[in-house]
Design a protein around this ligand. Structure first.
Ligand code: NAD
Ligand code: USQ
Length: 383
């Protein structure tokens, strides 16, 4: 298949592009490289050294013999999107190219407005390009489990059967997102659903949980292929942050009580899920939703697990700090989310293992000189 990976310079996009290329698909990457600029804005960097996108694809050509053409540009520019679709003629587009940090979207008005413009406008441009240039192209869009929030009932995969005053319908599952970032994903979902209904576009919304890990088979092959991994208080995510904190002697930053329960998956399962969605496309006009995660954990449970592995494998004594929660969220709640559709398509999950945690701690120990303690604390607050 001809697969365009938008956001292919990022944490999920880069390993996905390599995985799809390795599996024999014709892959192209689109990215504005803006994520590298946000690192500069925040005074942070990936824990692992990352090569430029140009060096990355050259290293991949050397390692695999396969070419990945690159389109550098902003999805907010329709001219750019139109040119790329006309030239590459994708069978599928995997759309990762958004501002994905909840704390970044909550810094202030400017960051909230930017996040929603970047994400909603970019996604709308992709929808129009599909309609006008490649109407059969399957949109594989990264959504988030955080679109649903934490309702006191089970979370279904996109839709729920409702009985009301003696009548029944299957309706979109109610959305109670956590941040202006998560809200941008809800707006995207609504726009995609409308486009599928109106124009007959085929789309899969992958409501992904928090991704942990760093390495995939392909990204380990050479230093120029290394993936990025974030540890700072804005872009770093729960489990990865705890491993890097344990390795560097920083207390593990549990926000509030730590009973916040979220859905999680290994980066190796992200790349698998994307290929499964591509190989089994939605029907024309279908707006399909998959919950893309493999396990759920509370934040405190993860911190305790990292603490134990750090002690057992490395004799490191990691302290757990309960910081005042910078976010407005429930710290104790019911959480049970359905996630069977990707398993039905053949997903073979990599469940969280002590080995994975140890591997992350080992990587962080190797690159501890790149860790700046000043950017670890949460710097953006919801209130
Ligand atoms: P990332 O920030 O590492 O990568 C995103 C990439 O998109 C960056 O390289 C950035 O330069 C690019 N980009 C952003 N806006 C763009 C635009 N307007 N035009 C062109 N390129 C643009 O993020 P990630 O962690 O790889 O996340 C990828 C996607 O997966 C996001 O949509 C995110 O919401 C979703 N997601 C991520 C996680 C996670 O835990 N990382 C979990 C669930 C969902
Ligand atoms: N948390 C801590 N300590 C930390 C970091 C986070 O306790 O040091 C808590 C947060 O308060 C929150 C939970 O851990 O309750 C998850 O936070 P996170 O920063 O790991 O993840 P989140 O903000 O939800 O966002 C990440 C990605 C985003 C993706 C989302 C999936 O950045 O792109 O959409 O995970 S989900 O959570 O399912 O919505």
């Amino acid at each position: 298949m001809r697969i365009l990976v938008a956001g292919g310079d990022g944490f999920c996009g880069w390993p996905t592009a390599l995985h799809l290329s390795k599996r024999g698909h014709e892959v192209a990457i689109a990215d504005s490289l803006i994520r590298r600029k946000w690192d500069e804005e925040l005074g942070t960097q990936s824990l692992t050294p990352i090569a430029s996108l140009e060096e990355r694809v050259a290293a991949w050509r050397e390692a695999s013999g396969k070419s990945i053409p690159v389109y550098i540009g902003d999805l907010m520019s329709y001219e750019f999107v139109e040119h790329m679709f006309k030239e590459f003629q994708p069978d599928a587009i995997v759309h990762f190219a958004e501002q994905r940090s909840a704390p970044y979207s909550m810094i202030d008005r400017e960051h909230a407005v930017f996040t929603q413009m970047n994400n909603v406008v970019g996604n709308l441009n992709v929808l129009y390009a599909i309609k006008d240039i490649t109407p059969d192209c399957h949109l594989i869009k990264l959504g988030t489990m955080g679109e649903y929030g934490t309702p006191n009932i089970d979370i279904e995969e996109g839709y729920i059967k409702i009985q009301h005053k003696g009548r029944e319908d299957v309706l979109p599952y109610p959305k109670q997102p956590f941040s202006f970032y998560h809200l941008s994903k809800v707006h995207d979902s609504h726009n995609i659903m409308f486009a599928c209904k109106s124009w007959g576009i085929r789309a899969t919304d992958l409501n992904q949980g928090v991704v942990y890990g760093l390495w995939t088979e392909e990204t380990r092959q050479a230093e120029a292929l290394y993936n990025r991994v974030d540890y700072d208080g804005v872009f770093g995510t729960a489990l990865n942050r705890f491993c890097i904190q344990a390795a560097t002697g920083h207390p593990l930053t549990v926000y509030g009580k730590g009973g916040q329960t979220r859905a999680f998956l290994d980066i190796r399962d992200t790349v698998q899920c994307i290929e499964l969605a591509a190989l089994h496309p939605a029907e024309p006009g279908e707006f399909r939703v998959f919950n893309q995660f493999t396990e759920q954990f509370s934040v405190l449970e993860l911190a305790e697990r990292v603490q134990r592995v750090a002690a057992e494998r490395f004799s490191l004594q990691a302290e757990i700090a309960h910081l005042p929660n910078p976010r407005v969220e429930k710290e104790e709640h019911y959480y049970h989310a359905v996630h069977t559709k990707l398993l039905d398509l053949g997903l073979q999950p990599h469940l969280l293992s002590d080995d994975l945690i140890a591997d992350l701690i080992e990587t962080a120990t190797r690159y501890r000189d790149r860790v700046d303690f000043d950017v670890i604390a949460p710097s953006s607050t919801w209130r």
